[in-house]
Design a binder for this molecule. Structure first.
Ligand SMILES: [Fe+2]
Length: 294
Protein backbone atom coordinates (compact mmCIF):
# COMPACT_ATOMS: atom_id res chain seq x y z
CA UNK A 1 0.00 0.00 0.00
CA UNK A 2 1.31 3.42 -0.80
CA UNK A 3 0.71 6.08 1.76
CA UNK A 4 0.14 9.74 1.48
CA UNK A 5 1.49 12.19 2.60
CA UNK A 6 3.65 10.77 5.32
CA UNK A 7 5.90 12.84 7.51
CA UNK A 8 9.27 11.52 6.48
CA UNK A 9 10.88 14.88 5.90
CA UNK A 10 14.49 14.88 7.07
CA UNK A 11 14.19 17.38 9.90
CA UNK A 12 11.12 15.70 11.31
CA UNK A 13 12.71 12.30 11.02
CA UNK A 14 15.62 13.55 13.08
CA UNK A 15 13.66 15.43 15.67
CA UNK A 16 10.52 13.42 16.12
CA UNK A 17 10.54 9.73 16.90
CA UNK A 18 6.77 9.35 16.54
CA UNK A 19 5.62 10.50 13.07
CA UNK A 20 1.99 10.22 14.03
CA UNK A 21 2.47 12.97 16.60
CA UNK A 22 3.43 15.58 14.03
CA UNK A 23 0.83 18.34 14.03
CA UNK A 24 -1.05 18.50 10.79
CA UNK A 25 0.08 15.08 9.67
CA UNK A 26 -2.56 13.48 7.49
CA UNK A 27 -4.15 10.26 8.55
CA UNK A 28 -2.77 7.29 6.67
CA UNK A 29 -4.64 6.33 3.56
CA UNK A 30 -7.37 3.78 4.09
CA UNK A 31 -5.84 0.38 4.48
CA UNK A 32 -6.47 -2.41 2.07
CA UNK A 33 -9.41 -4.46 3.27
CA UNK A 34 -10.86 -1.76 5.49
CA UNK A 35 -13.15 -0.56 2.72
CA UNK A 36 -14.84 -3.54 1.10
CA UNK A 37 -16.51 -1.41 -1.55
CA UNK A 38 -13.80 0.82 -2.97
CA UNK A 39 -15.02 3.24 -5.57
CA UNK A 40 -13.74 2.99 -9.13
CA UNK A 41 -11.57 5.51 -10.95
CA UNK A 42 -14.67 6.45 -12.98
CA UNK A 43 -16.52 7.25 -9.73
CA UNK A 44 -13.63 9.46 -8.59
CA UNK A 45 -13.34 11.11 -12.03
CA UNK A 46 -17.02 12.04 -11.81
CA UNK A 47 -16.55 13.45 -8.32
CA UNK A 48 -13.54 15.51 -9.43
CA UNK A 49 -15.50 16.89 -12.39
CA UNK A 50 -18.43 17.78 -10.13
CA UNK A 51 -16.15 19.51 -7.61
CA UNK A 52 -14.43 21.50 -10.35
CA UNK A 53 -17.78 22.51 -11.83
CA UNK A 54 -18.97 23.66 -8.43
CA UNK A 55 -15.78 25.69 -7.93
CA UNK A 56 -16.17 27.27 -11.37
CA UNK A 57 -19.77 28.18 -10.60
CA UNK A 58 -18.72 29.83 -7.35
CA UNK A 59 -16.05 31.86 -9.14
CA UNK A 60 -18.56 32.92 -11.78
CA UNK A 61 -20.89 34.04 -9.02
CA UNK A 62 -18.10 36.11 -7.51
CA UNK A 63 -17.71 33.84 -4.49
CA UNK A 64 -14.39 32.89 -2.98
CA UNK A 65 -12.89 29.51 -3.80
CA UNK A 66 -9.96 28.16 -1.81
CA UNK A 67 -6.87 27.63 -3.95
CA UNK A 68 -6.29 24.21 -2.44
CA UNK A 69 -9.21 22.25 -1.08
CA UNK A 70 -8.34 20.64 2.22
CA UNK A 71 -11.66 18.82 2.31
CA UNK A 72 -11.69 17.61 -1.29
CA UNK A 73 -14.13 14.69 -1.23
CA UNK A 74 -12.51 12.68 -4.06
CA UNK A 75 -9.33 12.69 -1.93
CA UNK A 76 -10.94 10.59 0.77
CA UNK A 77 -8.60 11.07 3.73
CA UNK A 78 -8.57 14.85 3.25
CA UNK A 79 -12.19 14.94 4.38
CA UNK A 80 -11.36 12.96 7.49
CA UNK A 81 -8.50 15.18 8.53
CA UNK A 82 -9.37 18.71 7.47
CA UNK A 83 -9.90 21.19 10.31
CA UNK A 84 -13.47 21.58 11.50
CA UNK A 85 -12.68 24.18 14.15
CA UNK A 86 -10.86 27.47 14.13
CA UNK A 87 -7.12 27.31 14.77
CA UNK A 88 -6.05 27.46 18.40
CA UNK A 89 -3.89 30.47 19.10
CA UNK A 90 -0.58 29.38 20.55
CA UNK A 91 2.32 31.27 22.04
CA UNK A 92 4.89 31.18 19.21
CA UNK A 93 7.80 31.09 21.61
CA UNK A 94 6.32 28.17 23.53
CA UNK A 95 5.76 26.29 20.28
CA UNK A 96 9.38 26.78 19.35
CA UNK A 97 10.48 25.09 22.57
CA UNK A 98 8.88 21.84 21.41
CA UNK A 99 9.22 22.09 17.63
CA UNK A 100 12.07 20.86 15.45
CA UNK A 101 14.98 23.25 15.19
CA UNK A 102 18.04 23.38 13.01
CA UNK A 103 21.09 25.50 12.64
CA UNK A 104 22.58 26.40 9.30
CA UNK A 105 25.74 24.56 10.29
CA UNK A 106 23.67 21.41 10.81
CA UNK A 107 22.91 21.18 7.09
CA UNK A 108 25.74 19.56 5.19
CA UNK A 109 26.15 19.99 1.44
CA UNK A 110 26.15 16.21 0.98
CA UNK A 111 22.54 16.04 2.19
CA UNK A 112 21.41 17.53 -1.12
CA UNK A 113 22.55 14.42 -2.99
CA UNK A 114 20.03 11.63 -2.42
CA UNK A 115 22.07 9.25 -4.58
CA UNK A 116 24.90 9.13 -2.04
CA UNK A 117 23.19 7.73 1.02
CA UNK A 118 24.12 4.08 0.47
CA UNK A 119 27.21 2.15 -0.49
CA UNK A 120 26.26 2.08 -4.16
CA UNK A 121 24.18 3.85 -6.77
CA UNK A 122 20.41 3.74 -6.38
CA UNK A 123 18.41 2.24 -9.23
CA UNK A 124 16.60 4.69 -11.45
CA UNK A 125 16.85 7.73 -13.69
CA UNK A 126 19.36 10.09 -12.08
CA UNK A 127 18.24 13.70 -12.22
CA UNK A 128 18.93 17.13 -10.82
CA UNK A 129 16.02 19.24 -9.68
CA UNK A 130 16.78 22.87 -9.01
CA UNK A 131 14.94 26.14 -8.75
CA UNK A 132 14.60 29.31 -6.76
CA UNK A 133 12.53 30.16 -3.72
CA UNK A 134 11.08 33.61 -4.33
CA UNK A 135 8.69 36.04 -2.74
CA UNK A 136 5.84 37.61 -4.67
CA UNK A 137 8.11 40.40 -5.94
CA UNK A 138 10.59 37.93 -7.41
CA UNK A 139 13.14 38.50 -4.66
CA UNK A 140 15.19 35.48 -3.54
CA UNK A 141 14.44 33.88 -0.20
CA UNK A 142 17.92 33.22 1.12
CA UNK A 143 19.11 30.58 3.61
CA UNK A 144 15.79 28.80 3.44
CA UNK A 145 15.77 25.20 4.61
CA UNK A 146 14.32 23.12 1.78
CA UNK A 147 13.59 19.47 2.54
CA UNK A 148 12.47 16.77 0.14
CA UNK A 149 11.20 13.24 0.50
CA UNK A 150 10.09 10.83 -2.17
CA UNK A 151 9.50 7.25 -3.24
CA UNK A 152 12.23 5.27 -4.98
CA UNK A 153 12.23 4.44 -8.68
CA UNK A 154 9.86 1.53 -8.05
CA UNK A 155 7.36 3.77 -6.26
CA UNK A 156 8.14 2.54 -2.74
CA UNK A 157 8.93 4.69 0.29
CA UNK A 158 11.57 3.58 2.75
CA UNK A 159 8.97 3.78 5.49
CA UNK A 160 7.40 1.02 7.55
CA UNK A 161 3.89 2.18 6.69
CA UNK A 162 4.50 1.66 2.99
CA UNK A 163 4.09 -2.06 2.40
CA UNK A 164 3.02 -2.16 -1.21
CA UNK A 165 4.71 -4.94 -3.20
CA UNK A 166 7.49 -3.00 -4.89
CA UNK A 167 11.17 -3.40 -4.01
CA UNK A 168 13.02 -1.24 -1.54
CA UNK A 169 16.34 0.11 -2.75
CA UNK A 170 19.15 -0.38 -0.21
CA UNK A 171 20.93 2.61 -1.72
CA UNK A 172 18.06 5.06 -1.51
CA UNK A 173 16.37 6.54 1.54
CA UNK A 174 14.51 9.22 -0.41
CA UNK A 175 15.20 12.13 1.95
CA UNK A 176 17.40 15.17 1.50
CA UNK A 177 17.71 18.80 2.43
CA UNK A 178 19.66 21.92 1.61
CA UNK A 179 19.70 25.65 2.21
CA UNK A 180 18.94 28.14 -0.54
CA UNK A 181 21.91 30.27 -1.58
CA UNK A 182 22.18 34.04 -2.03
CA UNK A 183 20.13 33.75 -5.22
CA UNK A 184 17.40 31.74 -3.47
CA UNK A 185 18.47 28.64 -5.38
CA UNK A 186 18.11 25.10 -4.11
CA UNK A 187 19.49 22.06 -5.89
CA UNK A 188 19.08 18.32 -5.33
CA UNK A 189 20.52 15.30 -7.09
CA UNK A 190 18.18 12.33 -6.88
CA UNK A 191 16.48 9.67 -8.96
CA UNK A 192 13.08 9.94 -10.55
CA UNK A 193 10.41 8.57 -8.20
CA UNK A 194 7.98 6.03 -9.55
CA UNK A 195 4.19 6.30 -9.38
CA UNK A 196 2.65 4.25 -6.59
CA UNK A 197 -0.74 2.84 -5.65
CA UNK A 198 -2.74 4.04 -2.68
CA UNK A 199 -6.08 3.04 -1.30
CA UNK A 200 -8.11 6.14 -1.99
CA UNK A 201 -10.19 4.10 -4.44
CA UNK A 202 -9.79 0.98 -6.54
CA UNK A 203 -6.71 1.06 -8.77
CA UNK A 204 -5.70 4.50 -7.50
CA UNK A 205 -2.16 5.61 -8.48
CA UNK A 206 -0.30 8.76 -7.57
CA UNK A 207 1.58 10.61 -10.29
CA UNK A 208 5.34 10.66 -9.69
CA UNK A 209 6.11 13.48 -7.27
CA UNK A 210 8.61 14.85 -4.78
CA UNK A 211 7.39 16.27 -1.47
CA UNK A 212 8.88 19.65 -0.59
CA UNK A 213 8.95 21.37 2.80
CA UNK A 214 10.00 24.97 3.37
CA UNK A 215 10.84 25.58 6.97
CA UNK A 216 10.56 29.37 7.10
CA UNK A 217 12.23 31.10 10.00
CA UNK A 218 10.34 29.08 12.61
CA UNK A 219 8.38 25.84 12.70
CA UNK A 220 4.98 27.56 12.67
CA UNK A 221 5.79 28.93 9.20
CA UNK A 222 6.51 25.55 7.64
CA UNK A 223 4.95 25.02 4.23
CA UNK A 224 4.57 21.71 2.42
CA UNK A 225 3.72 20.95 -1.19
CA UNK A 226 4.45 18.46 -3.97
CA UNK A 227 6.38 18.84 -7.22
CA UNK A 228 5.32 16.83 -10.24
CA UNK A 229 7.00 15.86 -13.51
CA UNK A 230 5.76 17.12 -16.88
CA UNK A 231 3.46 15.02 -19.02
CA UNK A 232 2.40 12.56 -16.34
CA UNK A 233 -0.61 10.55 -17.58
CA UNK A 234 -1.96 10.28 -14.03
CA UNK A 235 -2.59 14.01 -13.49
CA UNK A 236 -6.22 13.91 -14.57
CA UNK A 237 -6.92 10.90 -12.36
CA UNK A 238 -5.24 12.08 -9.16
CA UNK A 239 -7.54 13.61 -6.54
CA UNK A 240 -4.60 15.17 -4.67
CA UNK A 241 -3.27 17.00 -7.74
CA UNK A 242 -6.85 17.92 -8.63
CA UNK A 243 -7.56 19.31 -5.14
CA UNK A 244 -5.74 22.43 -6.28
CA UNK A 245 -8.73 24.10 -7.82
CA UNK A 246 -7.28 26.43 -10.48
CA UNK A 247 -5.74 24.78 -13.59
CA UNK A 248 -3.06 27.48 -13.70
CA UNK A 249 -2.12 26.73 -10.09
CA UNK A 250 -1.93 23.03 -10.93
CA UNK A 251 0.48 23.79 -13.80
CA UNK A 252 2.69 25.67 -11.36
CA UNK A 253 3.15 22.46 -9.37
CA UNK A 254 4.78 20.80 -12.40
CA UNK A 255 8.53 21.12 -12.95
CA UNK A 256 9.80 21.74 -16.47
CA UNK A 257 12.51 19.80 -18.20
CA UNK A 258 15.60 22.02 -18.60
CA UNK A 259 18.29 20.83 -20.97
CA UNK A 260 20.74 23.34 -19.47
CA UNK A 261 20.39 21.52 -16.15
CA UNK A 262 20.81 18.14 -17.82
CA UNK A 263 24.44 16.96 -17.71
CA UNK A 264 26.32 15.11 -20.42
CA UNK A 265 26.24 11.36 -19.82
CA UNK A 266 25.25 11.90 -16.21
CA UNK A 267 21.69 13.01 -15.48
CA UNK A 268 18.57 14.77 -16.71
CA UNK A 269 17.59 18.15 -15.29
CA UNK A 270 14.38 19.76 -14.10
CA UNK A 271 13.66 23.25 -12.90
CA UNK A 272 10.93 24.22 -10.47
CA UNK A 273 10.61 27.59 -8.75
CA UNK A 274 8.67 28.01 -5.52
CA UNK A 275 6.89 31.33 -5.07
CA UNK A 276 5.71 32.03 -1.54
CA UNK A 277 3.36 34.97 -2.03
CA UNK A 278 1.42 36.84 -4.71
CA UNK A 279 -0.99 35.71 -7.39
CA UNK A 280 1.46 33.21 -8.89
CA UNK A 281 2.45 31.63 -5.62
CA UNK A 282 2.99 27.92 -5.34
CA UNK A 283 -0.01 26.31 -3.71
CA UNK A 284 0.62 24.49 -0.47
CA UNK A 285 -1.13 21.66 1.32
CA UNK A 286 -2.27 23.87 4.19
CA UNK A 287 -4.09 27.16 3.69
CA UNK A 288 -1.76 29.95 2.68
CA UNK A 289 -1.63 32.83 5.13
CA UNK A 290 -4.06 35.45 3.95
CA UNK A 291 -5.81 33.15 1.52
CA UNK A 292 -9.54 33.70 1.28
CA UNK A 293 -11.72 30.76 2.09
CA UNK A 294 -15.30 30.21 1.20
FE1 LIG B 1 3.99 10.85 -1.76
Amino acid sequence: MGLEAHPTSPTLARERPAPDAVPGTPLPALRRGSTPELLTQADIDAEIAAEHAASAARRTAGLAVPATRNDFAPYRSSVLRHPTKDPVQADPEAVELLAPVFGERDVHASEADLTRTGTGEPIGERLVVTGRVLDGEGRPVRRQLVEVWQANAAGRYAHQRDQHPAPLDPNFTGVGRCLTDDDGTYRFTTIKPGPYPWNNHRNAWRPAHIHFSLFGTQFTQRLITQMYFPGDPLFALDPIYQSTTDPVDRELLVARYDHDVTQHEWCTGYRWDIVLTGTHRTRMEAPDPGEEHA
